[in-house]
Ligand binder design. Structure first.
Ligand code: 15L
Length: 272
């Protein structure tokens, strides 16, 4: 049976996966960060620790076939924190994957690697990266790292470009484009564990949303077929005022875009 490790199991998405994957019969080792996880049942395979430490990574990956890597800083933060948690820790994880001959690493990428695309565009999987901050930039690096470890070391990689998934219905207009329901999240990650011969692939992690920023019609390498749709909540969401400021409303990354944003009238003059 495939043995799966889940890092970031104490986070919002990690907690949903820890419970849901277990219910789906996946043999799981759940890893928290600085704080120990309380076991959900007697004998649950749990651990915790700082993934910048190779001995912690060794405990995480010993005997593992597939790693679901959800750990890391998940919002915009100053660059030094992003470098430690999302670049350095990810490097340690991949080097550990080499040591332990882990077959596949599933990397939690993010829509914020593409957040500076205008909302009117529908992106295909080969769209240009347009990160909306240092967090999004770290996801570009992570996707490239995953690609390199497949090309150079034969560790299969899947970059999940996760939209908005939080275990509750969409809350604002942007979520009608970016939302992923819990059932879809679990199907997506299960496909990441079970799909054969993936090599390296990127997949949009959203539901079948009518207003999606991403073109799901081209399909994906793992056979993920979302069944939920944010549109079911459109009427009630659109009856509320849009909480985003005018700049955030123009870009796919929403509120991340306006963090440390230079308005056009304060930018250098463009040569004409
Ligand atoms: C993400 O990548 C973040 O981790 C999460 O906090 C949300 O902001 C989400 O994207 C989103 O864009 O809604």
């Amino acid at each position: 049976m495939t043995k799966v490790a889940l890092s970031g199991a104490g986070g919002i998405v990690g907690s949903i996966l820890r419970k849901g994957l277990r219910e789906r019969g996946i043999d799981l080792r759940a890893a928290g960060g600085s704080r120990p996880l309380t076991p959900m049942f007697d004998g649950e395979d749990v651990m915790h620790g700082d993934l910048r430490d190779a001995t912690v990574v060794d405990r995480l990956l010993d005997g593992i076939d597939v790693l679901i890597h959800m750990a890391g800083t998940s919002v915009e933060k100053p660059l030094p924190e992003i470098i430690e948690n999302n670049l350095r820790a990810l490097y340690e994880v991949y080097e550990g994957a080499r040591r332990h001959k882990v077959r596949r690493v599933v990397f939690a990428s993010s829509n914020h690697a593409f957040g500076m695309h205008p909302v009117g565009q529908r992106l295909r999987l080969d769209a240009a990266y347009r990160p909306d901050g240092f967090y999004g930039l770290s996801k570009v690096w992570g996707e490239a790292l995953a690609r390199m470890y497949w090309d150079k070391h034969g560790i299969e990689g899947i970059s999940l470009r996760i939209g908005t998934t939080m275990g509750k219905p969409p809350e604002n207009e942007r979520h009608l484009s970016t939302w992923m329901g819990t059932d879809d999240l679990l199907q997506l990650v299960q496909r990441c564990i079970e799909a054969p011969n993936v090599g390296y692939a990127a997949v949009w992690g959203i539901s079948d949303n009518r207003r999606a920023y991403y073109d799901l019609s081209e399909g994906n390498a793992i056979g993920y077929r979302p069944q939920q749709s944010a549109e079911d909540w459109a009427a009630e969401v659109l009856a509320q005022p849009n909480p985003l400021d005018p700049v955030a409303q123009r870009f796919q990354g929403g509120g991340f875009v306006t963090i440390d944003y230079t308005p056009p009238d304060q930018r250098p003059e463009v040569l004409r």
